[in-house]
Ligand binder design. Structure first.
Ligand code: SF4
Length: 779
């Protein structure tokens, strides 16, 4: 593959950069010398790093002159992305230079945020937070972790230290905004909520995608740089791409076939596909057969979901449903990939489960070309044999009694847990790289809740819609000032790869792990002035202790001896080094010749490819039986709720979201090159509906749901189905007290004013952001 340009791929033009921070002489390649017209010899250096902005993990080539970024483009030699980048990738420079990006902590004094030193900031956290914890207990505190946490290995590694120090049971994250159904279904099926199989894009002959638009999102829960090119390659080798979506997305336009489905109908339609495969004798379990339990139970459980029974709820005619089921069964290999549109609905876990059921019934689970499990090289070898299984509901939310899932409560419950009086009422919140004021359902209530807190501490680079309510804001360094390794996404990747990026510039403030360490010391009562090395030593001891325990290759080794081999690296990188060296591809601290370590990755700045995915059954399973539980009881029990939904009235418009390649949730709208041009935060309305409702293109519409109203500019387009309207998420800037000049000038409207926090997918706790009943009238 070569660097892609044009309608999808992108190569950044050369741009002038301001002098910001000195260049580190780490992993760089001097390739030119003076800047013309100056008597100062500014060294031109080229650095290779992985883009940290989305799950695609594209390789970037960053050119610096002296201290300034002058060009960012795709790294043609990257082993995984081969030069592909999207328009966001080159904007690391703009993020780095953004004058609104916070360089120093802010403390709110008399309603105004003022810059303070780091010592003053932590002293302020201690002064405000500890009395609240002392008076009301740790259960009156909560943590919200936003999406960028999983794009940052320091935050991933150190997050647990903060949670343990705070000692709160109240953990919320962006996972229950858009992906917990995939974790929950994997938990019930495979015994491990992180064992998410991904479509083997590069070898499949047939890909059925539901509620996914990777030509805009670049993929999610499936790490595949140049996702568009990989889809085109399926077609080029004679394969077939079918997209199921209420909107004719760019991905749908690329597909061989686009099926328009009613929003929220995915679970019922997938049940019908499985029903056809079971009733027409198309089941062929393939090599996975020996590891599957529950196949016999699926027939009776899915009997109500005939193609005819689900037609009204899905808008897909029975003949088409039968044809797609037969095509899946007949294809040499096939994969089914359901994403945002299938997860952010009230049957999200059912849809995710039935995705895997269809794949398993057609013999495509755990085989090349089907759904396969990645195995990140930093992960330990799988332990064969039964596991402890997957449980939910070990604790419950106070107000509505929602069960925890994977140790988290639904974000949909966060606002009511803050605003509802009584014992255990949340009074203190720490957010890490999150903007719940825009990301969570029922934003109006969430904003009021944030304003209601006794204390709010935020780790965030911007004074945004959430942090404007903060008592203290602790800013992380520039994305170019941190090292990078995709701990999370190499576990979701269509190939096993590894790539490490050193920092390019010096941080002006504290590294993420130092911020977390100092915060952990404050909340654990050790004081704002305590030495963060206490936490760094504790985190490193934990990972080294795990490495030398058990009967692995390092059993019995002295942790101190291993620590001495880690070199002079940042605290987070020392932990990463242990994970890489003790992972399945690691050098086991010298015991395996040529094994992986950070030094080897630094010597390979374009990454190392460990090859295509390989079958992982049964070792990946952690169920109590040691088998795939295809008919796990909680999943089968949920079918009664799904069956009852088939009879609901289906008239009246419903709201869905949408993605744009130049947008990244709520936090990149302060980059001018990404938001300039035609307004993207529009309400898409079908022409027939526009006529019926008296709307005109370019006019305004008032959209009202059960919980709120927004007024949005109208875009009349037949890309959306009749009775479906679409607003993108992450917008609604311009709030008083924020400091994001560009975003505020391109404010848009906040779709989460319309989403109802009282409706969730009960098995996963995920918010319902798609298929919201609304009324639409001219504004
Ligand atoms: S697709 Fe994602 S990883 Fe690749 S350049 Fe764009 S934002 Fe970065």
């Amino acid at each position: 593959m070569t660097e892609r340009t044009g309608r999808r791929g992108h190569r950044a033009g050369e741009v002038a950069g301001e002098v910001m921070w000195p260049v580190l002489d780490v992993g760089s390649t001097p390739d030119a010398a003076p800047i013309g017209g100056s008597n100062v010899m500014a060294e031109r250096t080229t650095h290779f790093r992985t883009c940290p902005l989305c799950e695609a993990t594209c390789g970037l080539e960053v050119t610096m002159e002296g201290d300034a970024v002058v060009r960012i483009r795709g790294d043609r030699d990257d082993v995984f992305s081969h030069g592909f980048i999207c328009p966001k990738g080159s904007t690391l420079r703009q993020l780095h230079e953004d004058p609104d990006r916070l360089r120093a902590p802010l403390v709110r004094r008399d309603g105004v945020h003022v810059e303070v030193t780091w010592d003053e900031a932590f002293a302020e956290v201690e002064r405000r937070l500890l009395p609240v914890l002392d008076a009301h207990g740790r259960e009156a505190s909560a943590v919200y972790l936003g999406n960028p946490n999983v794009h940052n290995h320091a935050l991933t590694i150190y997050g647990r230290a903060l949670l343990m120090a705070l000692g709160t049971p109240n953990i919320y994250s962006a996972s229950t905004v858009d992906q917990m159904p995939r974790h929950a279904s994997s938990g019930f099926l495979y015994g491990n909520g992180l064992a998410i199989p991904v479509p083997d894009l590069d070898r499949t002959d047939y890909l059925l995608m539901l509620g996914a638009n990777p030509l805009e999102s670049n993929g999610s829960l499936c790490t595949a740089p140049d996702f568009p090119g990989r889809l085109e390659a399926i077609q080029a080798r004679g394969g077939r791409l079918v997209v199921v979506d209420p909107r004719r997305t760019k991905t749908a336009e690329l597909a061989d076939e686009h099926l328009v489905i009613r929003p929220g109908g995915d679970a019922a339609w997938l049940a019908a596909l499985a029903n056809v495969i079971l009733t027409e004798g198309l089941v062929d379990l393939g090599d996975a057969a020996a590891h599957l339990d529950g196949v016999d139970a699926l027939g009776p459980a899915l009997a109500p979901f005939t193609p005819e029974a689900v037609e009204a709820a899905t808008w897909i005619d029975p003949a088409t449903t039968r044809r797609i089921a037969r095509e899946l069964a007949a294809a040499p290999t096939a994969a089914v990939y359901g994403r945002m549109g299938t997860n952010t609905v009230e049957f999200g876990t059912a849809a995710s489960w039935l995705t895997d059921v269809v794949v398993a019934l057609t013999g495509n689970l755990d085989r090349p070309g089907g759904l396969m499990w990645p195995h990140g090289v930093h992960a330990k070898p799988h332990t064969p044999g039964p596991g402890r299984g997957f449980r939910t509901g070990r604790t419950h939310t106070r107000v509505r009694g929602y069960p925890e899932v994977k140790g988290e409560f639904p974000v949909a419950a966060l606002a009511e847990e803050i605003t509802t009086p009584g014992e255990g009422q949340l009074r203190a919140l720490i957010t890490v790289a999150g903007n719940p004021a825009r990301s969570c359902p029922d934003s109006t209530r969430m904003e009021a809740a944030l304003a209601d807190l006794d204390v709010l501490v935020c780790i965030d680079p911007y004074l945004n819609e959430t942090t404007r309510h903060a008592d203290v804001i602790l800013p992380p360094p520039s994305p170019l000032a941190r090292s990078h390794y995709d701990l999370a996404f190499y576990g979701l990747s269509v190939r096993n790869v590894a790539n490490y990026s050193p920092a390019i510039v010096e941080p002006t403030g504290l590294r993420e792990e130092d911020i977390i360490a100092r915060l952990a010391l404050v909340v654990s009562g050790q004081g704002a002035g305590a030495d963060p090395q206490i936490v760094h030593a504790m985190v490193l001891d934990g990972v080294l202790g795990s490495a030398v325990g058990g009967d692995g290759p390092l059993a019995g080794r002295d942790p101190a001896e291993l620590a001495a081999q880690l070199g002079d690296r940042s605290p987070a990188d020392r932990v990463l080094e242990v994970m890489l060296r003790t992972g399945w591809a690691g050098d086991q601290f010298g015991a395996v010749d040529g094994g992986l370590n950070l030094e080897l990755l630094e010597a390979n700045p374009h990454g190392i490819d460990f090859g295509a995915l390989t079958p992982q059954l049964p070792d990946v399973l952690r169920t109590v039986t040691g088998r795939v539980e295809l008919a796990a009881e909680p999943l089968v029990a949920d079918l009664a709720r799904l069956a009852a939904s088939l009879d609901r009235p289906t008239d009246g418009p419903v709201l869905i979201g949408r993605r744009h390649v130049r947008s990244n949730n709520s936090w990149m709208h302060n980059v001018e090159v990404l938001v300039k041009g035609k307004a993207r935060c529009t309400l898409q309305v079908h022409p027939a509906d526009a006529d019926d409702w008296g709307l005109v293109d370019g006019g305004s519409a008032s959209v009202t749901s059960a919980v709120g109203t927004v007024v949005a500019p109208v875009e009349v387009t037949d890309a959306v189905a009749p009775s479906v309207v679409s607003l993108p998420h992450g917008w609604g800037h311009g709030a008083q007290g924020t400091r994001m000049a560009v975003a505020n000038a391109h404010a848009g409207v906040n779709s989460n004013v319309l989403t109802d926090g009282s409706i969730i997918d009960p098995l996963s706790g995920n918010a319902v952001l798609n298929g919201i009943p609304v009324t639409v009238v001219p504004a």
